[in-house]
Design a protein around this ligand. Structure first.
Ligand SMILES: NC(=O)c1ccc[n+]([C@@H]2O[C@H](COP(=O)([O-])OP(=O)(O)OC[C@H]3O[C@@H](n4cnc5c(N)ncnc54)[C@H](OP(=O)(O)O)[C@@H]3O)[C@@H](O)[C@H]2O)c1
Length: 299
């Protein structure tokens, strides 16, 4: 019997734990967790993401601040806002929604966020802490942190003896995911577009994580029987069966056929997706605990 992970349910359990932690911090120290979300320009998808992040922060009992800046904002103006937010003692997390409009040097903006407020986990200090195995000192990129919650709830904290394959080597997902699996003692292979015989590499995986951006690339015969398959891909494809011009979301894994081989699998949508925002809230409350000199909760 294959287990299909319900990402919405797991995300809700993380959010519940965040609410409890944030309330406990306020009771113990008087500190209210604060998150600032910054969006520049008019991209409708980014606006939808940002409003759900701001709304979720409020639901978690945080101070939630949103800065909506026009498309023509300059690099200097955005950099100045980040400096103001860095100095604001009531804010523990700063998120600058990506992608920024094309005229920005996004990397310079991200690297100007104080590492201890970088709740997206994209600052080189946070990437470096993860790479050196300092999981309790830094902040981990939200989507891999969320995927890792699934892995740990399936296999426990210690992945000794298990082979993990991550397809994709992006800084946003593939590399941090590989580091998290390694820190949990898995034997990790990172595959990418230059990997030879990807199917056979994947077949060695007890834990297979796909983060490529290619619809339904992973087929049933790539999956080791009984494996855990985590699908990170989000791809919109045409769905003429739903009507002319309609589309639907699929992952990087051919779900129906792979579900017959895997023991545990995540769907798209409703798998890893909902975890990203939950882990953003988790990172923010972790940052608030650290700033208050308290041991941060684990999620
Ligand atoms: N909240 C969420 O759920 C969430 C968050 C982040 C990302 N995603 C989704 O996850 C997917 C990956 O995101 P990303 O930001 O990591 O993408 P990315 O930066 O484009 O990286 C894609 C990776 O896939 C590899 N790749 C491309 N074609 C391949 C092939 N034919 N065989 C093997 N590897 C191949 C690339 O290899 P090279 O390095 O060799 O080019 C690259 O490392 C996307 O669909 C994205 O939408 C979802």
């Amino acid at each position: 019997m294959t287990t299909v992970i319900d990402g919405k349910q797991v995300a809700a359990s993380v959010i519940d734990a965040v609410k409890t932690a944030s309330q406990a911090l306020t009771e113990q120290t008087g500190v209210k967790t604060g998150l600032a979300v910054v969006i520049v320009g008019n991209d409708p998808a980014s606006h939808a993401y940002v409003s759900s992040k701001s709304k979720m922060a409020k639901e978690c009992g945080f101070t939630s601040v949103q800065h909506t800046l026009p498309e023509e904002t300059t690099q200097a103006e955005l950099a100045a806002l980040v400096q103001t937010l860095n100095k604001d003692e009531s804010l523990h997390g700063i998120l600058v929604q990506l992608p920024l409009p094309k005229h920005f040097n996004s990397e310079a903006i991200i690297q100007s966020i104080l590492p201890e407020k970088d709740v997206d986990g994209l600052h080189v200090v946070n990437a470096g802490k993860l790479a050196t195995g300092d999981l309790d000192g830094g902040l981990v990129s939200c989507t891999p942190a969320g995927a890792m919650v699934f892995v740990k709830r399936t296999h426990g904290e210690d992945l000794s003896g298990l082979n993990a394959v991550v397809i994709g080597r992006s800084n946003l997902f593939g590399k941090p995911m590989a580091q998290l699996l390694l820190a949990a003692n898995a034997t990790v292979t990172v595959a990418h577009s230059r990997t030879k015989d990807l199917a056979s590499v994947c077949r060695s995986a007890d834990i297979l994580v796909a983060a490529v951006g290619r619809p339904e690339m992973v087929k049933a015969d790539w999956v080791k029987p009984g494996a855990t398959v985590i699908d990170v891909g989000i791809n919109r494809i045409a769905a003429p069966e739903k009507g002319e011009g309609k589309s639907r979301l699929v992952g990087d894994v051919a779900f129906d056929e792979c579900a017959k081989v895997a023991a545990v699998i995540t769907p798209v949508p409703g798998g890893v997706g909902p975890m990203t925002i939950a882990m953003l809230m988790a990172n923010t409350v972790i940052a608030a605990y650290r700033k208050a000199g308290k041991a941060a909760p684990k999620f």
